[in-house]
Design a binder for this molecule. Structure first.
Ligand code: ADP
Length: 488
């Protein structure tokens, strides 16, 4: 099958979050199955070196409100795979310090930037890659299914299926109605059942309404977003999609996230050597972060965007109480200045016990997973979540709020689950500081008093197959359904 995946970010080129890992991991897994995969991303020049861009293979002249939008297509391949990567190089839009904005504010021309990108994807599909299916991701490429639909009505891209994956319902890509002009689509698409949302242009809504199949990144999140608490106003539309809305849990790129081979680590370990390897990684991490090098202190790690979504309000509310126990906390993240300052403050008040690295550091993210005993992910909502899966693989027992992909990927250490050998972490159900704290005490209790059980739980997590193998197969099924729908 010829598959075009369009994403606004992808490792190793540019990354702000899980989407970048997923775009590349899925593309590689599909290519390994023998499919012909083309990954199309914007050429974020501040992050992508000239070497990484590969060769220029074409030029597009996009007519968007009289701007000079000369746009180049560069071609390269993903390392160790047959995935072709096409980079849409439009300097005035993508030569920026951020991917979507600076600090806490979005770039004011994000509609122009990502509609141009989506239009370029359609040109690439028509002229270069001729895919059977076009896979859009999140609001940035949410307009693609409507564009594919329009092309089909014009006799172009005939039979090409469209799939939209929602990685986070919280971001819609909503813009003033007049920006509809940028899309090149007829105004008929601007109606309440397609691209219009209360008088605005809503790119994610358009994708949900028009895509042949809509997917999201875990089965539980697929059910949650059909309810008002998680649907951000689009729950009725999602409900209407019925069985055309499919939840597929993200896999992990085990070439990148693997404690046996991880290039960011000085010591390596597997499930069998966990008890000797983890302490070595822990000591190196404590040293690197200026924490007291103490084997017995329970070290919690967290690598995250620092936003309300990620449960930082719970952590802020209970950190002082948690630190009454013999624990250490290692944070890595950027985001809301309020949370950045709260973590810096904790570090200042607990020298040697709390470390707060404010920034983006891929290598340190890996070392935190390898060196931590446990991992905090008390997200308010979590479409899939990758870090709890990385934690399972690295033997850092995850503590999670049981929502979305966290619910689907962690099995609580209840006595029953411990007994039957399936437990992999600790879960709490009510999003409340006290419920969170109780989960922390359960974890501390296990670590301090039942270390054999702790080690068994960690080894169970490490032994799971969390790779893309299974999920990539599910995507192939979805692509087949989308192609059938496009042909009917
Ligand atoms: P989300 O996509 O909501 O941000 P995920 O858990 O799905 O959350 O994915 C987050 C990805 O981004 C993980 O690979 C994580 O390691 C990475 N990440 C987040 N913040 C940082 C950071 N400050 N430094 C390095 N990696 C980070």
């Amino acid at each position: 099958m010829r598959i075009l995946i369009a994403s606004s970010e992808a490792v190793p080129f540019a990354k702000t979050g899980g989407l970048a890992d997923v775009a590349t991991g899925l593309a590689k897994a599909l290519a390994a199955e023998g499919h012909d995969v083309c990954l199309v991303i914007p050429c974020h020049r501040k992050f992508i070196s000239e070497d990484q861009r590969g060769e220029v293979i074409g030029e597009l002249n996009m007519d968007m409100r009289n701007f000079d939008l000369r746009t180049y297509i560069c071609r390269t391949t993903l390392e160790n795979s047959n995935v072709e990567v096409l980079l849409i190089d439009q300097q005035s839009f993508f030569d920026r310090k951020g991917l979507y904005g600076s600090g806490n504010s979005d770039y004011p021309d994000n509609a122009e930037r990502f509609i141009l990108f989506s239009r370029a994807v359609i040109e690439v599909a028509k002229t270069v890659s001729r895919p059977h299916v076009i896979h859009a991701n999140d609001w940035q490429t949410g307009i693609l299914p409507a564009m594919v639909h329009h092309e089909r009505t014009q006799g172009r891209l005939a039979g090409t299926g469209s799939v939209l994956t929602i990685h986070n319902m919280a971001f819609h890509g909503q813009f003033p109605a007049w920006q509809m002009e940028l899309t090149g689509l007829p105004w008929e698409y601007f109606n309440w059942q397609q691209l219009e949302y209360y008088g605005h242009l809503n790119l994610l809504k358009g994708g949900i309404a028009v895509a042949d199949i809509v997917t999201t990144v875990s089965p539980t999140y697929a059910r949650e977003i059909c309810r008002p608490e998680y649907g951000y106003g689009l729950d009725p539309l999602l409900l209407k999609r019925g069985d055309s809305l499919v939840g597929i849990l993200n896999g992990v790129d085990t070439e990148v996230w693997n404690p046996v081979t991880d290039k960011h680590l000085t010591h390596h370990f597997c499930a069998d050597t966990f008890e000797t390897g983890k302490p070595l990684c822990k000591a190196s991490l404590q040293e690197e972060l200026g924490l007291d090098v103490r084997r017995d202190a329970l070290l919690f790690g967290m690598v995250s965007r620092l936003t309300d979504q990620k449960g930082l309000d719970l952590i802020s509310a209970k950190a002082d109480e948690i630190l009454r126990a013999d624990v250490q906390l290692a944070f890595l993240g950027t985001g809301d200045p309020h949370y950045e300052n709260a973590l810096r403050d904790l570090q200042a008040r607990y020298p040697g016990r709390v470390s707060a690295t404010i920034g983006f550091d891929e290598g340190l993210a890996h070392r935190i997973e390898a060196g931590s005993d446990a991992y905090l992910m008390p997200s308010r909502f979590e479409p899939c979540g990758l870090n709890q899966q990385y934690s399972l693989i690295y033997g850092a027992m995850p503590l999670v709020h049981s929502v979305g992909g966290l619910e689907d990927s962690v099995i609580d250490a209840s006595e029953e689950n411990i007994e039957s050998g399936i437990a992999t972490g600790i879960k709490f159900t009510s999003y409340h500081p006290d419920a969170f704290l109780e989960a922390v005490w359960r974890m501390v209790g296990l670590y301090v008093h039942r270390r054999n059980v702790w080690n068994q739980i960690a080894r169970t997590g490490m032994s799971q197959d969390l790779s893309w193998n299974h999920s990539a197969q599910r995507y192939v099924e979805v692509y087949c359904r989308a192609i059938d729908a496009a042909r009917s």
